[in-house]
Ligand binder design. Structure first.
Ligand SMILES: [Zn+2]
Ligand SMILES: [Zn+2]
Length: 146
């Protein structure tokens, strides 16, 4: 028997055909799933895993589709959140980039891909992103019900 699940996708804005699924989140006491969107209603910065381009997405860019449900441990991809902190002295500004990667990729490779984004991510403070900037990688797992 095949179960369907509803998934929110973002269509790559750089002109390539990639569709990037957002993890589903099930907040307590909400009957339906909710797409992962940590930025309030602000833009989510996503690096396309196919073309490597970085684009800003707004909540309304998401569109739902139904697809066959696959157990979490059988999904080859995972959604990653890369937080980069400005390396300038006494500046705490951060920029957050998301991307889909293979599930078993080391954190270091996620960081490298982030640094290779085109266009480069920019800090709101105006300082330049360099390799001395602090970086943190978190996997965002899909939380839809099994
Ligand atoms: Zn793309
Ligand atoms: Zn700064």
């Amino acid at each position: 028997m095949t179960y369907l699940r509803e998934v929110w996708y973002l269509q790559c804005k750089a002109g390539c055909p990639a569709q990037i699924p957002l993890p589903n989140q099930n907040p307590p006491r909400k009957p339906s799933f909710q797409k992962y969107w940590p930025m309030g209603n602000g833009p989510l910065i996503l690096q396309c895993h196919v073309c490597g381009r970085l684009s800003d997405y707004s909540v309304k860019d998401g569109h739902p589709i139904s697809e066959p449900w696959v157990p979490l441990d059988q999904r080859p991809y995972v959604f990653q959140k890369l937080t980069i902190s400005c390396g300038h002295k006494n500046c705490g500004t951060r920029v957050v980039i998301h991307m889909q990667t293979e599930r078993d990729i080391p954190d270091l490779d996620v960081m490298k891909r982030g640094l290779l984004s085109r266009p480069m991510p920019t800090f709101s403070c105006g300082h330049v992103l360099t390799e001395i900037c602090g970086m943190r990688v978190e996997k965002i797992e899909d939380e839809s019900e099994d």
